[in-house]
Design a protein around this ligand. Structure first.
Ligand SMILES: Cc1cc2nc3c(=O)[nH]c(=O)nc-3n(C[C@H](O)[C@H](O)[C@H](O)COP(=O)(O)OP(=O)(O)OC[C@H]3O[C@@H](n4cnc5c(N)ncnc54)[C@H](O)[C@@H]3O)c2cc1C
Length: 315
């Protein structure tokens, strides 16, 4: 059976793609295969099977250590041929964004990147992709025999998928890499993982000064939430890049996203559209974030936040 092939170096993203890919594959009459590469990759096979993979191609070849894009693209190209895959979904992580076009080039395939939705219409895959800096959504089809899509994390939900057989396949691969990793250095400062955070307080330019962000920190501490921000605040270097939510940063799916002093431009809100509940504090009742929010407070954050924090501490 021809296959839809899924790859991401991140197991959570790969599982989302397998679960979402399973529905697409069923509509296209394809099976779903997943790929796990690099030393220790075999450990991911059971999670990928539980997410719905019929087969899992595993290679622990040392050339895949650190997932260099040249080696991963070469390995994937060989697996695409062995699996008879006609559709490849690559997680659009930083590594995935480097890998997908290289893979497409090797296969003579078309490639759509930054895919935020993928559906089957009239027997064809149609990808939605933010264009013009997120101002509009382009809908694109590929006309090549093999099609590569780099799909943004959180586009699909990994929950609720029916398990696949997960037959483990050890492909015969011939790969090498021109990349030599000479050093690994941990990032300085606090590191946050917004992708997995259940509660997020998002701060924006409504704050007048860097030190005022303490108000946001206090609210987050009272809620047990982590702090994310708009790109504007990272551009000011008030917060690190790993705090950015949106097109240029994290795609989150928290139970609650509480934005404070955030206008709600599309480039930001694409990163919170999967939130279960959105609440907003903004002094402008016309701010676009209110169109998305389930609950809103129109008011000055300098008055609202201390009162909200106090109230949360007392419950
Ligand atoms: C290619 C591209 C990619 C981008 N990627 C991202 C991205 O990933 N993430 C991202 O966030 N942005 C991104 N942007 C930037 C984005 O377009 C917006 O400029 C940015 O999100 C706006 O940030 P903001 O809401 O903090 O600021 P503003 O738009 O300036 O909004 C500030 C808000 O604070 C409110 N406010 C002011 N004072 C107070 C107060 N005292 N109390 C309460 N409310 C107050 C105002 O009413 C206003 O609504 C990108 C842009 C481009 C072109």
């Amino acid at each position: 059976m021809a296959a839809l092939l899924v790859y991401s170096e991140r197991v959570d993203t790969a599982c989302e793609l397998v679960a979402g890919g399973k529905e697409l594959a069923a509509a296209l009459g394809l099976g779903v295969s997943a790929v796990a590469l690099g030393p220790g990759a075999g450990a991911a096979a059971s999670a990928l099977a539980a997410a719905g993979a019929d087969s899992v191609y595993v290679s622990e070849d040392a050339a895949f250590e650190g997932w260099p894009a040249d080696a991963v693209a070469a390995g994937l190209a060989q697996i695409v041929e062995q699996a008879g895959a006609s559709v490849v979904l690559v997680g659009s992580t930083r590594r995935g964004k480097e890998t997908a076009p290289r893979l497409a080039q090797k296969l003579g395939a078309g490639c759509v990147s930054d895919v935020s939705s993928l559906v089957v219409e009239d027997g064809d895959l149609v990808a939605g992709r933010y264009a013009f800096g997120g101002a509009t959504v382009a809908r694109e089809k590929l006309v090549t025999a093999v099609k590569v899509f780099a799909v943004m994390p959180k586009t699909f939900d990994a929950e609720g998928a029916s398990a696949g057989a997960g037959t483990v396949v050890s492909p015969a691969l011939s790969v090498s890499t021109a990349v030599k990793v000479v050093d690994h250095r941990a990032k300085e400062g606090d590191h946050v993982n917004l992708d997995a955070a259940p509660l997020i307080v998002g701060v924006g330019r409504g704050f007048n000064a860097r030190e005022d962000l303490a108000l946001g920190d206090e609210l987050a501490a009272a809620l047990g939430a982590v702090v994310g921000c708009t790109k504007s605040l990272a551009d000011f270097e008030w917060l690190g890049e790993d705090r950015i939510i949106g097109l240029s940063g994290a795609k989150t799916a928290p139970d609650l996203y509480l934005s404070v002093g955030v206008s709600g431009q599309i480039q930001h809100t694409v990163g919170v559209s999967a939130a279960k509940l959105i609440a907003a504090v903004n002094k402008d009742k016309e701010a676009p974030i209110f169109a998305l929010a389930d609950y809103g407070i129109v008011g000055d954050l300098y008055e609202v936040l201390p009162a909200l924090t106090e109230r949360l501490k007392s419950v």
